[in-house]
Design a protein around this ligand. Structure first.
Ligand SMILES: [Zn+2]
Ligand SMILES: [Zn+2]
Length: 262
């Protein structure tokens, strides 16, 4: 079992120290645990992410834990980088200066507006769903013009609160998948969606099947925000992957890919 997407108390909206996550992962007998804490330069998201000045200390702590626990688990470290066309240069500069195992690319904000949190207008039902999906897809497509990340995180995220993409939006996701394949990126199967109103992983089984048909590699992440949810739903994820036709998961070490049979 592996988990390539966990947060820590450094992002101010998750609980648990990095060591507590590692201990929880050892107890659950995970083969690999990869930290993927938030990095954002968006004003609206700063209180929910690490201060960029904390990032080198975070990477050092992950490397210390890797050495301490090396006979029990493989600890790796990356960042979930929030995409914004405005701050992309700073994101690239930060990522390039670090020795990371993996970089995730995420879209959480549209026009500076949070579409993820329970404080958002999207959660309150105040945004037009066609606008949200079209703006989200356009942002995702423009993220794919850059090469600083390895994995597309929770790709159909706007469905989180229960509104699924309309059929034109689904066509948009398929277009995005074709671009993901062209750019040779990995898609994350993120099971946090099971615990949201939509009660479905990101991406949906339909999009995951499309990923498999296109030969896009997939990794797994729980998106845990507490140590007790590390590795959560891995079995469910494995069933979804097998149903879609996958036999392997992708892991990362120093930004290079490794495959693991499931
Ligand atoms: Zn995220
Ligand atoms: Zn996350």
């Amino acid at each position: 079992m592996i988990d390539y997407h966990v947060h820590t108390s450094l992002c101010n909206h998750a609980t648990g120290t990095m060591e507590e996550y590692v201990q929880a992962a050892v107890e659950k007998k995970l083969k690999t645990l990869c930290f993927l804490d938030h990095l954002t330069f968006q004003k609206a998201g700063r209180h929910n992410a690490m201060d960029p000045r904390q990032v080198p200390g975070y990477v050092d702590e992950a490397r210390r834990l890797r050495r301490t626990y090396r006979d029990r688990i493989d600890v790796r470290v990356g960042l979930e980088v929030d995409f914004s066309p405005r701050y992309v240069d700073r994101s690239i500069e930060t990522v390039d200066a670090l020795d990371l195992d993996v970089v995730g690319g995420s879209v959480h904000f549209l026009d500076g507006e949070d579409v993820v949190s329970r404080r958002s207008a999207w959660f309150r039902g105040e945004l037009d769903s066609d606008w949200v999906y079209q703006a989200y897809l356009a942002t995702l497509e423009s993220m794919l013009d850059y090469d600083y990340f390895d994995v597309v995180c929770h790709m159909d995220l706007p469905k989180k609160y229960g509104i699924r993409p309309s059929s034109p939006a689904m066509e948009g996701f398929v277009r995005v998948l074709e671009k993901i394949r062209q750019k040779d990126r990995v898609v994350e199967l993120n099971t946090s969606g099971f615990h949201c109103p939509i009660e479905e992983a990101f991406p949906s089984p339909e999009l995951l099947g499309q990923c498999a048909r296109l030969g896009i590699p997939v990794t797994f992440g729980s998106d845990a925000h507490a140590p007790e949810t590390v590795g959560r739903d891995f079995e469910r994820a494995r069933d979804l992957l097998k149903a879609a036709g996958y036999r392997h998961l992708t892991e990362f070490r120093h930004r290079r890919r490794e495959t693991l049979a499931i």
